[in-house]
Design a protein around this ligand. Structure first.
Ligand SMILES: [Zn+2]
Length: 111
């Protein structure tokens, strides 16, 4: 199996039907909700490869430094991982300084 982020060989374990654990020598350990994957695909379709790659870059930076769970809603994560941080696609969009963002999930915090 290939790493979601860097496409290298990677071990992927199913944690539960909605969450996979990735163990990549490059990106280290991270978890991905299936719903987040769907959002990521929708993002690529809508905004194109360049912006999509910026998101992947942020994912790689984060997961190299700590255990990250990529979630749809950080208030309702589908898995509980000790010492992990929970990141939504919106957070990554912010970190990547991508301005155009109107993916069809409502913003959960005030703007
Ligand atoms: Zn990787």
């Amino acid at each position: 199996m290939n790493c979601l982020i860097c496409k290298q060989n990677c071990s992927i374990t199913t944690i539960n039907p909605l969450v996979d654990k990735y163990e990549c020598t490059n990106c280290h350990t991270f978890y991905v909700e299936k719903g987040f994957l769907g959002q990521l695909e929708a993002f690529e379709t809508k905004y194109g490869k360049t912006k999509y790659q910026l998101i992947l870059n942020e994912m790689e930076k984060k997961s190299k430094n700590q255990i990250v769970v990529f979630v749809v809603d950080f208030e309702q994560p589908l898995v509980n991982i000790k010492d992990a941080i929970y990141l939504e696609l919106e957070d990554l969009v912010g970190l990547a300084h991508i301005k155009t963002f109107d993916i069809n999930s409502p913003l959960t915090y005030g703007s």
